[in-house]
Design a protein around this ligand. Structure first.
Ligand code: GDP
Ligand code: GDP
Length: 452
C-alpha cells in the first residue's frame, strides 16, 4: 500500500512549499467535502522510484490554548492515517509556544516523527535551530524547502523504514520497460482476479452500489477490524471471472448508522486506486460533476488505471434535467474520451449489470498482448500519415515500437531524436495508437528511447 507522509506544523513554516516540491505539482486534491476541513491537501509523490502520498494537514495551529481546540478532528485523522509525520518548524522564526503545543501532541503518538527545521538558507542552521532540541523530538533535519536543500536526505531517512510497504507488484508495475518483462507481467495479470475499486465522494452511493453488486445477504457478516484507512477486500465472481472488490465505502455501514464523513478517507481512496486494476468511479447525478470529482479523476488518470464511470441516482429525474446533465458531463469529462460512461441507479439496480461488461472490456484492453510487429506497423503508418518535424535541421526518425508494460499498456518507441518530439506530435501518436488498437477503458502511455 502507498505509504503516507503527513506534514504538520503551525502556519507559515513552509508546509505547502515542501508539499509542492515533493509532489511536483500545484493541483493537489483538496479535502473540500461537506463536514471536512477545507485546508487539507493530498498529493502523490515519487522519490527514487518509491511512490507515496503526501498530506499537508494545514489546519494545525498548536496554539497555547490547547491542541484540541485548534487541531480539528480531521487534522487528527490525517495524522492518524500517516506512516510518517514530518513536524516542520521555522528556523528563522525560532521556537514558538505553538511549536511546543504540537510537539506535546505528537510525542504521545506511536509514530515515526521527524523534526524538520525549514528555511535554513542564508543563516547558520546549526545555531539557529539548536533551540528546537528542547521539543524532545530528537534529531533536527535542516532543510530549505524553497530551494530543495536537505530535502533528499530527509526523504531518504523518512522513507527507508517503510521499504516493506512498497509492494513488489507496484515497483514492477512502474518499472517494467523491456518486452520480455512486459509479457511476464501481462501473463501474471491475466491469471489474477481483477481488482476493482469503487470510488467517489461521500454519499454518491458507493455502499448502495456495493451492496447491490454483492446481493444483500453477503453484506451483513462483514465487520472488519482496522483503521479508517483500510479498505474492505471482497472476493467475488461474475460471468466466470474472478474479482476482488476494493470497497472504500465500507459495507458495514448498513449495520451501523455512521456519518458519511466518518467512513470517508481520501488516503483510503488513493490507495485503493493505486492497488486496483480497474477503477469504477461513481458520480452523483443529483450533484452534477464537481471539482472534487475532477481532482479524483486526475488521480485515476495519473495512476494509469483502467476506468469506468458511473453516474448514479439516475432514477426519477426529469428528461430535461437528464439532458442538461448529459451536456454538462460532455463538457467537463470530454477530456477522458477513453472511459465508458454508464447511467445507473444503485438503489433500484438499473444499469448495474452492464457495468461489468465495461469493467471486463477495460481490463481486456489494458492487458491485451500487442506484438512488436503490430506496434511497429502502426507507428510506421502514423509516421507516413504525418511526418515528424525537423529538430536541429534533422528529421526525427522513429524506428520501431514494442510493448513496455500493461495495465496501462506502455508503448516504447525507439528512434533518432525521439526525445525531442513536440507534445502535439506525441498527442497525435497517442490518438493514432488508440484508434488503431481499439483500446477502450484504459489510458495508454508512450515512452521514447533514443537510438535502437
Ligand atoms: P505553510 O503555511 O506552512 O504551508 O507555509 P508556506 O509553504 O506557505 O510558506 C510560508 C512562507 O515561507 C512563504 O513565503 C514561503 O515562500 C517561505 N518559505 C518556505 N520555505 C522556505 C525556505 O526554505 N526558505 C525561505 N527563506 N523561505 C521559505
Ligand atoms: P456512499 O457514501 O458513497 O457509500 O453513499 P451511500 O451508498 O451511503 O448512499 C448515500 C445516499 O444516497 C443514501 O441515502 C442512499 O440511499 C442514496 N442513494 C444511493 N444510490 C442511490 C440511487 O441510485 N438513487 C437514489 N435516488 N438514491 C440513492
Amino acid at each position: 500500500m502507498l505509504p503516507v507522509v503527513a506534514l504538520v506544523g503551525r502556519p507559515n513554516v513552509g508546509k505547502s512549499t515542501l508539499f509542492n516540491r515533493l509532489t511536483n505539482t500545484r493541483d493537489a486534491l483538496v479535502a473540500d467535502y461537506p463536514g471536512l476541513t477545507r485546508d487539507r491537501k493530498y498529493g502523490q509523490a515519487t522519490f527514487e522510484s518509491r511512490q507515496f502520498i503526501v498530506v499537508d494537514t494545514g489546519g494545525i495551529t498548536g496554539d497555547e490554548e490547547g491542541i484540541d481546540k485548534h487541531m480539528s478532528q480531521q487534522s487528527l485523522l490525517a495524522v492518524e492515517e500517516a506512516d510518517v509525520v514530518m513536524f516542520m518548524v521555522d528556523a528563522r522564526a525560532g521556537l514558538l509556544p505553538a511549536d511546543q503545543g504540537i510537539a506535546d501532541y505528537l510525542r504521545r503518538l506511536n509514530k515515526q516523527v521527524l523534526l524538520v527545521a525549514n528555511k535554513v538558507d542564508g543563516i547558520d542552521g546549526d545555531s539557529e535551530s539548536a533551540d528546537f532540541y528542547s521539543l524532545g523530538i530528537g534529531t533536527i533535519y535542516q532543510i530549505a524547502a524553497a530551494h530543495g536543500r536537505g530535502v533528499s536526505q530527509l526523504m531518504t531517512t523518512a522513507l527507508s523504514p517503510l521499504d516493506d510497504s512498497f509492494p513488489d507488484m507496484q515497483v514492477q508495475d512502474t518499472e517494467v520497460h523491456e518486452e520480455e518483462d512486459a509479457e511476464a507481467q501481462r501473463e501474471r495479470l491475466q491469471n489474477l482476479p481483477i481488482k476493482l475499486a469503487i470510488v467517489g465522494k461521500p454519499n454518491v452511493g458507493k455502499s448502495t452500489l456495493t451492496n447491490r453488486i454483492l446481493g444483500e445477504e453477503r453484506v451483513v457478516v462483514y465487520d472488519m477490524p482496522g483503521t479508517t484507512r483500510d479498505s474492505v477486500y471482497i472476493p467475488m465472481s461474475r460471468d466466470e471471472r474472478e474479482y476482488v472488490l476494493i470497497d472504500t465505502a465500507g459495507v458495514r455501514k448498513r449495520a451501523r448508522i455512521t456519518e458519511a464523513v466518518e467512513k470517508f478517507s481520501i488516503v483510503k481512496t488513493l490507495q485503493a486506486i493505486e492497488e486496483a486494476n480497474v477503477v469504477l468511479m461513481v458520480i452523483d447525478a443529483r450533484e452534477g460533476i464537481s471539482d472534487q470529482d475532477l481532482s479524483l479523476l486526475g488521480f485515476v488518470l495519473n495512476s494509469g488505471r483502467s476506468l469506468v464511470l458511473a453516474v448514479n441516482k439516475w432514477d426519477g429525474l426529469d428528461t430535461d434535467i437528464k439532458d442538461e446533465l448529459k451536456r454538462e458531463l460532455d463538457r467537463r469529462l470530454g477530456f477522458i474520451d477513453f472511459a465508458r460512461l454508464h447511467f445507473i441507479s444503485a438503489l433500484h439496480g438499473s444499469g448495474v449489470g452492464n457495468l461489468f461488461e465495461s469493467v471486463q472490456e477495460a481490463y481486456a484492453s489494458a492487458t491485451r498482448r500487442v506484438s512488436t510487429s503490430l506496434l511497429t506497423q502502426i507507428m510506421e503508418l502514423a509516421q507516413e500519415d504525418h511526418l515528424p518535424p525537423l529538430v536541429r535541421g534533422r528529421r526525427v526518425k522513429m524506428k520501431y515500437a514494442h510493448a513496455g508494460g500493461y495495465n496501462p499498456p506502455v508503448i516504447v518507441i525507439h528512434g533518432n531524436q525521439v526525445d525531442a518530439l513536440p507534445s502535439s506530435y506525441k498527442r497525435f501518436l497517442m490518438n493514432y495508437f488508440r484508434r488503431a488498437l481499439k483500446v477502450m477503458g484504459t489510458p495508454i502511455k508512450i515512452e521514447f528511447r533514443e537510438g535502437s
